[in-house]
Design a protein around this ligand. Structure first.
Ligand SMILES: Nc1nc2c(ncn2[C@@H]2O[C@H](COP(=O)(O)OP(=O)(O)OP(=O)(O)O)[C@@H](O)[C@H]2O)c(=O)[nH]1
Ligand SMILES: [Mg+2]
Length: 509
């Protein structure tokens, strides 16, 4: 049995960026002639592309993990790393891409339509690119960044203009075979069709696609038979065709009853759709055609005559056909062609589905600090694109590279923000999300002795508790005066005792 897969979960990872190189140019009489380490190459992207020859998502059912090639490492002598190759994954026309949280990211319609599912990581800068007037010969390079990683759900929604629905064995596949070049499997047992078949019909000026859907039975909306899963393929059709079997051998069935049953199941399915937001005509209001099939059989023709008036109340076109004798098929193909044409004309210009990349939760600084409680105390988590990327770029075995990271973080204002959040030297600081975070014991690099001042906005010098009272100050003043008077008296006594002589009086002893 052919396997048909129309819904898969796919994990995509962009290629990681190549590391930059730290290298010093050597010349004959100048062994340290400046940095010449080149940058690493960018990792490849994972790209989904609509491909005409791909009809199912089966390939990804078997291989749900897809990763693009990483970028090459930078080398000395300014040789840059090669860019990683993109991984282009072919998908069928009408593939809808949904994120892990259920948001629709892309609706891939039209051969060649592309969607970047996961971006490759940037290559790390080499030490040549890191050199500047102050840092003439950096002894480190930046690491390449990891590629983006995403879990996506791919869902195939066939893009057919006309959808045929009906009981099993009503003759849906037979009709497609009779009206188009498609050759679906046809047999006299129910559920012959397990995957939708697609055919192209040409009728005069008209050209449109027609698809059948595996047979529906009462209770399909509760999962009976093949369930309603396949109805996602009719979500996009312009015209619905009810194929009714006028010659069913089952005694408890008749075309009018079959129609009511199928409509009930469709209505249950339609109720589960969010049609308002998708901008399409609601499923139950789409142009509909009733096809009375198997009228080549005498019983079928009789039944068609009996039921026609009753069905006419619905005021939709009713066509008697036979997939076997081809009776009525030409008329049917023109009726459908006209309806498709009208529906297409009423359609607004197709706009490519906007690709929504959810913005990261950061404030205008580009990062934020959140405090988290854990058993041992409080941790401070830095969230933001830049700090997280910089951490990935850092070779933590190289002190110079770690210093460079510290400078970058301080310049961005991360240290200020940590102080403001209450972090002190030795606090646990995490950069990055969840368990992927890099954990530091924080050593502030703040200059100017500010770290001695305690928390931002306070100054220990202003916090002095023992300010002298006025009385105490007077007392100090009296004590100083008394001490000075004592010194003067002592000097006077010495002078009088004749220890000192005045050279100007010429006296000799
Ligand atoms: N006599 C006659 N037999 C028909 C006609 N159309 C289909 N059949 C027969 O009915 C049986 C079922 O036809 P299919 O086309 O496989 O029916 P289906 O609706 O695709 O059935 P599922 O795929 O099981 O849902 C086959 O044996 C066909 O030969 C018709 O117009 N006249
Ligand atoms: Mg079939």
């Amino acid at each position: 049995m052919a396997t048909f897969v129309d819904r898969v979960q796919l994990q995509v990872v962009g290629g990681s960026g190549g590391n930059g190189a730290a290298s010093i140019r050597r010349e004959k009489f100048k062994p340290l002639a400046g940095p010449d380490g080149a940058d690493g190459g960018r990792g490849g992207d994972v790209i989904l592309e609509v491909d005409a020859s791909t009809t199912t998502l089966l390939a990804y059912h078997h291989r749900p993990h897809q990763r693009a090639t990483g970028g090459g490492f930078g080398k000395g002598d300014l040789r840059h790393g090669a860019r990683g190759e993109d991984l282009v994954l072919p998908v069928p026309d009408g593939t809808v891409v949904t994120g892990a949280d259920g948001t629709v990211l892309a609706d891939l319609v039209g051969i060649g339509t592309r969607f970047v599912a996961a971006r490759g990581g940037s290559g790390g800068l080499g030490n040549a690119a890191l050199a500047n007037a102050k840092r003439k010969a950096p002894g480190f390079a930046l690491l390449g960044e990891p590629g983006e990683e995403r879990t996506l759900v791919l869902e195939l929604k066939t893009v057919a203009d006309v959808a045929l629905v009906g009981y099993p064995s009503a003759g849906k596949s037979s009709l497609i075979a009779a009206m188009s070049a498609a050759r679906p499997k046809i047999a006299d047992y129910p559920f012959t069709t397990l995957v939708p078949n697609l055919g192209v019909v040409e009728a005069g000026q008209h050209r449109y696609t027609i698809a059948d859907v595996p047979g529906l039975i009462p209770g399909a909306s509760q999962g009976k038979g093949l369930g309603l899963d396949f109805l996602r393929h009719i979500e996009r059709c312009h015209v619905l065709v009810h194929v009714l079997d006028t010659a069913s051998l089952e005694s408890d069935r008749d075309p009018a009853g079959d129609l009511a049953t199928i409509e009930h199941e469709l209505a249950s399915y339609a109720a589960s759709l969010d049609e308002e937001t998708e901008g399409r005509v609601p499923l139950m209001e789409r142009p509909t055609v009733i096809v009375l099939n198997k009228t080549d059989l005498p019983d079928g023709a009789d039944m068609a005559d009996m039921i026609r008036d009753q069905l006419a109340e619905r005021q939709v076109p009713i066509v008697d056909v036979s997939a076997v004798s081809h009776k009525g098929l030409r008329e049917l193909s023109f009726v459908l062609g006209d309806l498709v044409e009208q529906a297409r004309a009423a359609l607004p210009e197709p706009e490519p589905a906007p690709i929504v990349l959810a913005p990261r939760a950061v404030d205008e600084k580009g990062f934020r600090v959140v405090t988290e409680q854990y058993e041992g105390g409080t941790a401070f988590r830095v969230q933001g694109d830049k700090p997280e990327r910089w951490v990935h770029q850092t070779d933590f075995t190289n002190d110079e590279a770690v210093g460079f990271l510290a400078d970058r973080l301080a310049k961005l204002g991360v240290e200020d923000e940590l102080y403001a959040s209450g972090a002190v030297a030795g606090s646990t600081v995490l950069i990055g999300p969840g368990d992927d975070a890099v954990v530091f014991d924080w050593e502030p690099t703040m200059v100017g002795g500010a770290e001695l001042l305690g928390r931002r906005g306070t100054d220990d010098r202003l916090e002095e508790r023992h300010r002298p009272t006025r009385e105490a100050k007077k007392e100090q003043q009296r004590a100083r005066t008394a001490a000075r008077m004592d010194r003067i008296a002592a000097m006077e006594a010495e002078r009088k005792a004749g220890h000192w002589s005045d050279p100007s009086d010429g006296a000799t002893r």
